[in-house]
Design a protein around this ligand. Structure first.
Ligand SMILES: [Fe+2]
Length: 379
């Protein structure tokens, strides 16, 4: 249901004479240029925006092309958690109208507006009294809507609407920057993963070992405090743990017999070579620490740095267990898979010497799940 244009919504005039119009966007621009994560930038921007226009709540809705809906990406106020699961048709409500027309709408009395979509209020138990909605545009394309709701004193003004419009421009830059950053990060990670897979094929492996290593880490990550956002990165980083082997000569990597001391020294270099290949960009931190430290041992007898205990990054301590568990469970040209009970005993034997005891305990407490991952990701 789309309302006619006779409504009380007031498209906002062009003139800009509001004290905050340049000041607040400038502050948001500084936030964007800081090292904060995108959600932190947006949350801080929203609180700044609320303070600026005297709103009691605000939200950012993002368009989902698959469902043709607007979904609440971020919201403030006491109903923010409920709002996260609410979606609304992209052609309804004040937000929908703003999205479709790419115009800033000032609604002094929500209840009297023909655009008002009260189902969001019904579901969230929030009472919208007045609001402003303004489109978020990236390169001329509307990607969502920014809203402020319920002015603490009085009702929103045209100056408020102009401030919001200016803030929306900054927010759209933040969103676009984050999207581009994710794209670059993903492209970089993908190319690294392809190198890791190529190495595994060269090694005579089917590539499933690295798939499984990623899957174990993804399953265990939350118990180790990795946020949902970091889990994908942990998984990809775990899959690249042996990427340094691409730089190990075939004569050593593919030697069908035991390595002599000189060859073993060359083989051990795959850890530091992995670190060099991955580089030192901020988004490669996990991959770098895993590739470099996954052969370190809890008691300091590993390589390449012989660091011990908590000096070894948590991700690398996890990688050590995962790598050994999968190797022990798998067939190799020189050995059959060890029986599941023996694999558990061997991990327990390495607790406190090779492995972090707490992580061994966690891994074994989830052993059924780990075996399930092994069985479902094995050719
Ligand atoms: Fe390795």
């Amino acid at each position: 249901m789309r309302a006619k244009k006779t409504a009380k919504a007031k498209p906002v005039a062009r003139a800009a004479n509001h004290a905050f119009v340049s000041e607040v966007p400038d502050r948001i621009r500084r936030l964007i240029n800081s090292s904060l994560e995108i959600d932190e930038v947006l949350n801080l921007s929203m609180h700044l925006m609320e303070k600026t226009v005297g709103a009691t709540a605000s939200s950012i809705l993002i368009y989902d092309a698959e469902t043709n809906q607007l979904k609440f990406y971020l919201a403030t106020g006491d109903k923010k958690d409920i709002l996260k699961v609410i979606r609304m048709p992209a052609d309804q409500g004040v937000a929908g109208r703003s999205f479709q027309t790419k115009r800033t709408l000032l609604i002094p009395e929500a209840a009297k507006s023909p655009f008002f979509y009260n189902k969001v209020d019904e579901k969230s138990k929030f009472v919208t009294k007045n609001l402003i909605a303004t489109p978020i545009e990236v390169k001329g394309k509307c990607i969502g809507v920014l809203e402020v709701l319920n002015k603490a004193r009085g009702t929103f003004t045209s100056d408020d609407a102009r401030s919001l419009k200016a803030i929306s421009r900054e927010i759209s830059i933040a969103i676009e920057n984050a999207r581009l950053y994710d794209e670059v990060k993903r492209a970089y990670m993908d190319s690294m993963l392809n190198m890791a897979k190529a190495e595994k094929y060269r090694d005579g492996d089917t590539g499933l070992h690295i798939e499984r290593c990623g899957a174990y880490a993804f399953a265990l990550g939350p118990a180790l405090g990795f946020s949902p956002k970091d889990l994908e990165s942990l998984k990809l980083s775990m899959m690249m743990h042996d990427i340094g082997k691409v730089a190990i000569p075939d004569a050593v990597l593919l030697k069908p017999a035991k390595l002599d001391p000189a060859e073993w020294e060359i083989m051990q270099r795959h850890t530091s070579l992995g670190g060099e290949i991955l580089g030192r960009g901020p988004h490669m931190k996990l991959a770098l620490e895993i590739a470099t430290c996954h052969h370190e041992k809890w008691n300091g007898s590993g390589y390449p740095q012989k660091i011990a205990g908590n000096q070894i990054p948590l991700s690398a301590r996890l990688a050590a267990i995962i790598d050994v568990f999968d190797a022990l469970s798998s067939r190799r040209p020189y050995k059959d898979p060890f029986p599941p009970e023996q694999v558990v005993s061997m991990l327990q034997e390495g607790s406190g010497s090779h492995f972090d005891p707490e992580l061994v305990q966690l891994f074994i407490s989830r052993i059924a799940e780990m075996r399930e991952i092994y069985n479902t990701t094995t050719a």
